[in-house]
Design a protein around this ligand. Structure first.
Ligand code: ADP
Ligand code: ADP
Ligand code: ZN
Length: 215
């Protein structure tokens, strides 16, 4: 089983992903996390991707598609996977459809999480991330028990470079231009479930569970 999480930056994809993979026993694939690790470790991929990410632009399709192709071949993906942040262009979605028969998978469901734009800005500029385990927090909406310390692993929390107001605005524009066309792409396949992401974290998860349980 393959599930795709689609939605603008800040919609809550990472937050929900953590809960979905626990409950539904899926491998987790976040291209954003994989790219951030590559940048941090200064690998060849990281040095190619850094500039795009810092500017809030998409990393070129051919780089991202290779990441996913390799990741999907890892053993934990045989039980199925949750894709977070991929595909992000129609071309990426077409590549994905072409690589899936090789591993006997298909995209079963796309969960589209939508949130009002003002709220997205608020969520992204207040986001904090664990430097050790990647868990997501928000200074107001989802604060850790101890300021700047991860509840799950005790790691330090940091603010992503691309969560500054200016880069957030650019990323939202990039979403509208390059990623939103995917909504029609998956609508035409009849596999989208619409999730109202404006609700609180628990209520959003309930909607996702109803969508997944009706598969
Ligand atoms: P968010 O969860 O806030 O939407 P991500 O962590 O998914 O952000 O992505 C961070 C950045 O990594 C993006 O702005 C982009 O530069 C790059 N990136 C992640 N996934 C992709 C992808 N599928 N295609 C191109 N670039 C990507
Ligand atoms: P995405 O992966 O789609 O970019 P995240 O899951 O990282 O989004 O969430 C963005 C920010 O909003 C984080 O700081 C997170 O704690 C917070 N957040 C996520 N879901 C909700 C929600 N339903 N209500 C309020 N804040 C939320
Ligand atoms: Zn942590």
């Amino acid at each position: 089983m393959l599930i795709v999480l689609l939605g603008p930056p800040g919609a809550g994809k990472g937050t929900q992903a953590e809960r979905i993979v626990n409950d539904h026993n899926l491998a987790y694939i976040s291209t954003g996390d994989i790219l951030r690790t590559a940048v941090k470790e200064d690998t060849p991929l990281g040095s190619k991707a850094r500039e795009y990410m810092d500017q809030g632009q998409l990393v070129p399709d051919h780089l991202v598609v290779e990441i996913v192709r390799e990741r999907l071949q890892e053993p934990d993906c045989s039980k199925g996977a949750l894709l977070d942040g991929f595909p992000r262009t129609v071309d990426q979605a077409i590549f994905l459809d072409q690589m899936l028969p090789d591993i006997s998978q298909k995209v079963d469901q796309v969960l589209l999480i939508n949130v009002d734009e003002e709220e997205l800005v608020e969520r992204l500029t207040g986001r904090r991330v664990c430097s050790d385990c990647g868990a997501n927090y928000h200074v107001k909406y989802n604060p850790p028990a101890v300021r700047n310390v991860c509840d799950q692993c005790g790691g330090d929390l940091y603010q992503r470079d691309d969560d500054s107001l200016e880069t957030v605005k650019e990323r939202l524009e990039v979403y509208k231009k390059q990623t939103e066309p995917l909504v029609k792409f998956y609508q035409d396949k009849g596999i989208i479930s619409y999730i109202d992401g404006n609700k609180n974290i628990g209520e959003v998860f309930d909607q996702i569970n109803s969508a997944l349980n009706s598969l």
